[in-house]
Design a protein around this ligand. Structure first.
Ligand code: PLP
Length: 371
C-alpha cells in the first residue's frame, strides 16, 4: 500500500475512537498532553530503558522525572525510582519487592485499584479487605486485622471516589507492627501537593510520613504526560530486591518487571514537567477544582444528588439504574464511567472537562432522566 492509502485506512479507524479533545471522555484519568510532550515522545521513541546502557541520555532524563516525583512525594533526592508503564506495573513492583523482603499478606480496602488484587494474585500473597468508612480505610478495622509482616496499601486518591485514606494514622499503626506501607498515589500524587498549596486540604500522603516505604505516582494521569508513564518511588532500593541477571544486556541485569520499555514516554513526561513546572501544575489543579465545584453546584441545581463532597477532581452523581444510564450516555457519544457499588456516575474532572462540557453533559443527563 502507498502512504496515502495507509493514512486513509488509519483515518477510518481513528474516527471510530473517542479523543480527549472532543471533551466527551468523562470517566478517564488521562487527558491530551501538550504538543511539546508529543514531540519529545517521537524524538525518543527508539529509547528502551530495558537496555539502559545504550540510552544514557534517557537514563538521565528518567532521573530528572524521578526527582520531580520525589519532590511531589516529599522524598529526598537520593531516594529511588523508575518511570514504568503505569500504576498497575508500579503497584506490582512495590508488592513484589515487599514480598522479596519477607512480607506475606496484603491489607487494602475494596476501593484500592484492581491492580492490587492482581498483584496479590500474581505474587501469591494473601489479601484481606479492610473495611471502608465514609469512602476511606477504617482505622478501627485496620487495627483489628493488622499483624506483623503485613503489607498495607493505602490509596491517596481512590479510583472510584478520589478520596484519601487516613495515611498519617495508618503510618503510625504500621510502625507499631513493623509493617510495609505502600501508598498508591497514582492519581492523587500530582493533585494533593497542590490541594495543600491552594488550601483545600492539609493531608499528607508521602515520605513525610515516616512509615511510607514506596509510592505509586503516575505522570500519565495528572502529570499531563502521554502513556505509558507510571511512576514508582521508594525510600530504600527496592529494585535490587527484584533484579535479575541478563547477560545479553549492556548493564548485565534487569531491575523491573518489563524487558523492553517504551521510553519515548519518559522523555515526554520530562517535557511536560518542564513545560508546566510546579506552578503550572498548581494552575491545572486549581482549574480542575473550580470545574469540580461548578459540576457539583450545577448538578445540585438540576436536582441530582452528589454522593459525597469530592476531595479531589472526581465527582460521583447518584443515579437510579446507573448501568442503563451509562449505556444511554454512551449511545449519545459520552464516555462515562460508573461505580455500580455506589450506584453513581463517576466523572473525573480532567482539564478537557470544561464548564461548557459540564453544562452540555448535565443537559443530556436531564433529558435521559425525563425519558
Ligand atoms: N492506582 C490507582 C489509584 C488508579 O486510579 C489507577 C488507574 O486508574 C491505577 C493504579 C492503575 O493505573 P494504570 O491504569 O496506569 O495501570
Amino acid at each position: 500500500m502507498d502512504e496515502k492509502e495507509i493514512e486513509d485506512l488509519l483515518q477510518k479507524y481513528y474516527l471510530k475512537d473517542m479523543h480527549y479533545e472532543d471533551g466527551k471522555i468523562l470517566g478517564s484519568m488521562y487527558t491530551k498532553p501538550p504538543e511539546i510532550a508529543l514531540k519529545a515522545f517521537f524524538k525518543f521513541y527508539q529509547a528502551n530503558l530495558g537496555n539502559p546502557g545504550l540510552y544514557k541520555g534517557t537514563v538521565e532524563i528518567e532521573r530528572e522525572v524521578v526527582k520531580f516525583l520525589l519532590r511531589l512525594t516529599s522524598g529526598k533526592d537520593d531516594f529511588f525510582g523508575h518511570v514504568v508503564s503505569g500504576g498497575t506495573e508500579a503497584n506490582v513492583i512495590a508488592l513484589w519487592a515487599a514480598r522479596e523482603m519477607g512480607y506475606k499478606r496484603v491489607l487494602a480496602t475494596q476501593d484500592a485499584h484492581f491492580s492490587i488484587r492482581k498483584a496479590a494474585n500474581l505474587l501469591k500473597l494473601s489479601l484481606e479487605n479492610v473495611e471502608i468508612i465514609k469512602g476511606r480505610m477504617s482505622i478501627e478495622d485496620l487495627e483489628r486485622k493488622i499483624k506483623g509482616g503485613d503489607i498495607i496499601v493505602a490509596t491517596a486518591g481512590t479510583t472510584p471516589l478520589g478520596f484519601i485514606d487516613p495515611i498519617e494514622e495508618i503510618g503510625k499503626i504500621c510502625e507499631m507492627h513493623n509493617c510495609f506501607l505502600h501508598v498508591d498515589a497514582a492519581f492523587g500524587g500530582y493533585v494533593i501537593p497542590f490541594l495543600r498549596e491552594l488550601g483545600y486540604t492539609n493531608k499528607k500522603f508521602g515520605f513525610d510520613i515516616s512509615a511510607v516505604r514506596t509510592i505509586t505516582i503516575d505522570p500519565h494521569k495528572m502529570g499531563m504526560a502521554p502513556y505509558p508513564a507510571g511512576g514508582i518511588v521508594s525510600k530504600e532500593n527496592i529494585f535490587e530486591k527484584i533484579e535479575i541477571e541478563a547477560p545479553y544486556l549492556m548493564v548485565g541485569k534487569n531491575e523491573g518487571l518489563l524487558g523492553t520499555r517504551q521510553s519515548g514516554s519518559v522523555a515526554a513526561a520530562y517535557a511536560a514537567q518542564l513545560y508546566f513546572g510546579w506552578d503550572g501544575y498548581r494552575e491545572i489543579v486549581k482549574k480542575c477544582m473550580e470545574n469540580t465545584n461548578y459540576l457539583v453546584k450545577r448538578a445540585r441545581e438540576e436536582n441530582f444528588e452528589i454522593l459525597e463532597m469530592p476531595e479531589m477532581n472526581i465527582v460521583n452523581i447518584k443515579i437510579k439504574n446507573v448501568g442503563k444510564v451509562k449505556k444511554e450516555l454512551y449511545a449519545r457519544g459520552w464516555g462515562i464511567s460508573t461505580n455500580p457499588k455506589y450506584s453513581s456516575l463517576r466523572i473525573v474532572v480532567m482539564p478537557h472537562v470544561t464548564k461548557e462540557i459540564i453544562d452540555e453533559f448535565l443537559g443530556e443527563l436531564k433529558n435521559i432522566k425525563k425519558s
